[in-house]
Design a binder for this molecule. Structure first.
Ligand SMILES: *Cc1c(COP(=O)(O)O)cnc(C)c1O
Length: 369
């Protein structure tokens, strides 16, 4: 990097060029992030310098934070639930392992996650010296509750079920898992980073929330289907007391104790999450999600018309297919098993799906039989 200073014009000319090297969401079919809602962008810029790490200085921003927690408590059917905002699913999952490990107090702690779990658990276990036991998934790509039960021992501090898996969009059998954890007295965490903004707005969706006795915590990401700005996460807990184990003294801040993982943290993306919640409301999210699900079905139907088989019928807007390559400039992803994966985010509109299908149809050569 050069060391001489630039004029503002030169500076932004360079920045725009760099930004131009990025891919546009219009052709990104692989991401769980999306273009934020315009009200999110506007709210974000209004709260740019707010710091929720020192909430006493920003009582207005903090009250938005608290209102988000209340909104999710009601949405997830436990009005007395507590929670906190985070930077996303990874931090939320780390926090869950921190407090469940602390409350277990075991020298050789372990957790049980499905084979379909997000890689954030591997990071968290590595950081905290926790053994990660992997429960297999069945042929519907859901966690097998019986095997999960067999993996539990006295050192198990947490069992994780996923609501809307990152790769296949499936929801683990949370009620069955809750029965097991209830009997064993183990914490049940539902990782709903993606599905937490989808399933509540769908008819006949699998249940995953606090209406199931035994669900102890739920993580959900506004920066995915919440249409907020990056970074924003929410960690909901049935009983706020779980955070007590994480409290540290913070003498020079406006609050004397804190349990959050990060110190200085953005109020802007949290204000953005609040803005979208208030602007769209339940009805707005319901129609957004129903559009994404409709596009997912259309994509699956279109691909199957070319002879490309779906891997599974997903619970959320993630479509997976047997391995095939796709034409440029489309950007797709492949799962650990090598299956084609397309996330039908809000920017993947019906028109985008149709133009992808046209391009794919012209490009695809079915295997000879
Ligand atoms: C995206 C995702 C995460 C990680 O969230 P980040 O916001 O990327 O840290 C965790 N779990 C699931 C199920 C996810 O889909």
């Amino acid at each position: 990097m050069q060391t001489d200073s630039l004029t503002e014009e030169e500076l932004f000319c360079l920045l725009k060029a760099k930004r131009g090297e990025d891919f546009q969401y219009s052709h990104i079919l692989s991401s769980m992030c999306t273009t934020p809602h315009p009200v999110a962008t506007k709210a974000h810029s209004l709260f740019m310098e707010t710091n929720l790490g020192d909430p006493g200085l920003f009582p207005g921003t903090s009250s938005l934070d608290e209102e988000i927690i209340r909104w999710f408590a009601n949405l997830y059917q436990e009005p007395s639930a507590g929670g906190c905002t985070t930077s996303g699913g990874t931090e939320s999952n780390i926090q869950v392992l921190r407090f469940t490990k602390a409350s277990k107090g075991s020298k050789k702690p372990n957790i049980i996650v499905p084979a379909s779990a997000h890689f954030s658990f591997e990071k968290a276990c590595g950081m905290m010296d926790i053994e990660m036991r992997i429960a297999p998934i069945d042929n519907s790509y859901r966690m097998d509750p019986d095997v999960t039960g067999e993996l539990i021992d006295k050192n198990t501090c947490c069992i994780v079920g996923v609501a809307g898996t990152t790769e296949y969009g499936m929801t683990d059998p949370i009620p069955e898992l809750a029965k097991i954890t209830g009997q064993e007295g183990v914490h049940l965490h539902v990782d709903a980073a993606f599905g937490g903004y989808v399933l509540p707005f769908l008819k006949n969706a699998p249940s995953f929330d606090f209406s199931i006795p035994g669900v102890d915590s739920i993580s959900v990401d506004p920066h995915k289907m919440g249409l907020s700005t990056i970074p924003s996460g929410v960690l909901m807990v049935r009983d706020e007391k779980v955070f007590c184990n994480l409290l540290v003294e913070t003498p020079y801040l406006t609050v004397k104790q804190a349990y959050s993982l990060t110190g200085t943290r953005p109020g802007a993306s949290i204000a953005a999450a609040w803005a979208v919640i208030r602007y769209l409301g339940i009805d707005g999210y319901t129609s957004l999600v129903s559009g994404c699900m409709e596009n997912t079905r259309r994509l699956i139907e279109g691909m199957e018309a070319f002879g490309v088989r779906r891997k599974v019928t997903p619970d959320v807007n993630v479509a997976t297919f047997e391995h095939v390559t796709v034409p440029k400039p489309w950007i797709v992803s492949y799962t650990r098993n090598g299956d084609l994966r397309i996330v039908c985010m809000p920017h993947v509109t019906r028109d985008v799906v149709e133009s992808f299908l046209i391009d794919f149809g012209e490009f695809y050569v079915p295997p000879a039989h």
